[in-house]
Design a protein around this ligand. Structure first.
Ligand code: PLP
Length: 400
């Protein structure tokens, strides 16, 4: 058998990708699974974006592009950052990659050495700790309990920072909790960061447009622009424009860091797809009302799902302020016995019970660094939400 590098042998597969694989296998075997593990919009990419891709292909946009992305796309990203975030960037401070995920990975590859630390508030997106570890550094996890809104507080940040800290990762709206930092909360964090000039900030803004109940997205630079010299903004087209399969993300930051990331891309993927980049220009420059319509749709699904889950014995659910996930506590189910006589000891046990007995796929909170919770996506159809929640109710009521 193949001898794997130790860093790969130790690597966990992405929990959400593993769940997707398992659900696909069960569905292929004929099981009618309701899948709440989905981490992407169920909507189709808007037609004007697809049209732009077709035109680009016909016009010969079928070659390698500049490694950092086409001038047109980098220009469109600068225009977006100015228009939507009030931030001024020039195209040489932008690098485009195959999804936000690739850019986070390469940012760490470009900057981390062994012994470095990266502060990650939990619950976190599953990939952050593994990306840090894969690049030789140590993830420093700060648990952010539900009682604190699942948000990082300044005193906890202060305590976590050491001379070895290279990065703090911020992700608002958050995957998996949907927590959104207010301007005041962000200010409290930037005040701490201002005291520690060796700490860089990676702000993952990928869900910025999926905001509910009038919440406003704010990133650290909008609160303290002096942090720009050590902040990397990560964003992408996947969630806002229903473009996950097109694989377009970008990073905006200091030119020397952006250049280093581009150098790594030049030795790995060369560039993101030329066709997808042309489509991304159309998405960023085009009609933005579809983005708001999508958010309105998600909000109504969120409302309905909270209503359906609320009151199920053993679950405690709070509405997400952004993104498209609920993160209900299953504390009340731990220690209960299934009809088959198994005691539910962890949130993973709960998720397996729901899959086996109720044909409902969810992700366990352990994968996101805070238990006992489940992550349920509401980027699925309303009928699936109705049926899935009814199944969860029956399964919970069947516990002893
Ligand atoms: N960041 C967060 C918090 C995410 O949830 C995801 C996708 O699930 C990504 C980044 C990566 O998005 P993409 O690589 O599709 O741009």
């Amino acid at each position: 058998s193949v001898k794997l590098a130790s860093r790969v042998a130790e690597l966990k597969p992405s929990a959400s990708i593993a769940a997707k694989k398992k659900v696909t296998e069960l569905q292929a075997a004929g099981r009618q699974i309701i899948d709440f593990t989905i981490g992407e919009p169920d909507l189709d990419t808007p037609a004007h974006i697809i049209d732009a891709a077709v035109v680009a292909m016909r016009n010969g946009d079928t070659h390698y592009t500049a490694t950092a992305g086409t001038p047109a796309l980098r220009q469109a990203i600068c225009a977006k950052l100015r228009r939507e975030n009030g931030l001024v960037y020039t195209p040489d401070q932008i690098v485009v990659g195959c999804g936000a995920k690739q850019l986070i990975f390469e940012a760490f590859a470009a900057t981390l050495d062994s012994g470095n630390e990266v502060v990650i508030p939990a619950p976190y997106w599953v990939s952050y700790p593994d990306m840090v570890a894969l690049n030789g550094a140590k993830p420093v996890i700060i648990k952010c309990p539900e009682s604190r809104g699942f948000k990082l507080k300044p005193d906890d940040l202060e305590k976590a920072i050491t001379p070895k800290t290279r990065w703090l990762i911020l992700n608002s709206p958050n995957n998996p909790t949907g927590a959104v930092y207010t301007r005041e909360e962000m200010f409290e964090l930037t005040t701490v960061l201002a005291r520690h000039p060796h700490v860089w900030i990676l702000t993952d803004d990928i869900y910025e447009h999926l905001m509910y109940d009038g919440h406003q997205h704010v990133n650290p630079l909008q609160v303290d622009e002096k942090l720009a010299a050590r902040t990397l903004i990560i964003n992408g087209l996947s969630k806002a424009y229903a473009m996950t399969g097109w694989r377009i993300g970008y990073a905006a930051g200091p030119k020397d860091l952006v250049d280093a990331i581009a150098k790594l891309l030049g030795q790995s993927t060369t560039c993101a797809s030329s066709v997808s980049q042309a489509a991304a220009v159309a998405a960023l420059d085009g009609d933005q009302s579809l983005v708001r319509q999508a958010a309105t749709l998600y909000q109504s699904r969120r409302d309905r799902m909270v209503e359906l889950l609320d009151g199920i014995p053993g679950l405690r659910v709070r509405a997400a302020d952004g993104a498209f996930y609920l993160y209900p506590s299953v504390e009340g189910l731990i220690g209960r016995k299934t009809p088959a006589g198994k005691i539910l000891e962890t949130d993973l046990d709960v998720s397996l019970y729901l899959l086996d007995e109720a044909n409902v796929a969810v992700l366990d909170g352990a994968a996101y660094g805070l238990s006992p919770y489940l992550r349920l996506s509401f980027a699925i159809s309303s009928p699936a939400i109705e049926e899935g929640c009814a199944r969860i109710r029956r399964a919970c009521e069947a516990l002893r």
